[in-house]
Design a protein around this ligand. Sequence first.
Ligand SMILES: [Zn+2]
Length: 301
Amino acid sequence: MVALLAACASPSSPRDVNPNDTARYTPGVSYFGRNQYIEYIAGDLPVILSAPHGGSLRPDEIPDRTYGTTVTDLNTAELARAVDSALVRLTGKHAHVVMVRLHRTKLDANREITEGAQGDAEAEQAWREFHGFLNDAKEAVNRRYTGGLYIDLHGHGHTIQRLELGYLLDADDLGHPDDSLDTQPAYEVLSSIRTLSVRSPLSFSELLRGPSSLGALLEAEGYPAVPSHTTPDPGTDEYFAGGFNTFVHGCRVGGVICGVQIESNRIGVRDTEENRRRFGSALAQVIARYLELHYTLDITP
Ligand SMILES: [Zn+2]
């Protein structure tokens, strides 16, 4: 893991920082919390990526968690780096990327702190650093842009090889027809794209699964996704609706940085370096298009 880090990290020397201080960050440089359990690549785009379940470190000082899920999302930190690299190629600028380097047996940063860190002081510190870096990233986006997109990146083990986009609406919610989703404001209010939808001339359902939705844009790049214009809801298939990070760091609770959880399938997306590079390029294009269409933000030079 150390060798991998050295290979992937910025040539600038990493620095240890307190995520909650007012240190200035340089885009493209990696910053770490205590013992390098959490890594933050500072950015200058209105795009924030996190990978809470892609770590592999199992330090003795943190006891194994005794309840909750401990399965890792294979190659999702590498996938986040691939998306950032593609955004740099496309725009000349970096996304903000926050990654947990601890194995999920030690920390789950996509749960509230009680379940995520289970009372261990070092795990709690890493949990606070992860969310502190995300808050710093959001501050940086808010200082510079009129809105932003947060993506919490995961990997699912479900049979159907497609991207599951989580907006905090479950399969039952998504099973309602468009006019029901659009006329009952509760769905919009409960979603992780709440303020984007309020500001958008499009209806909530169009933003969620219309021809210019995130799912539709990903499908146009060759990556099946739900919800989308072709697959408006998962029906009875396995589906992740979005978790703690999407709730806390998306715009359901306010603000203009809206969010989505992307649960990626393994085959063709994150299984090989070449597939991660290809998906990274596609998602970078989709992010740029999405920001242009729905935020009127042009991030291409
Ligand atoms: Zn996950």
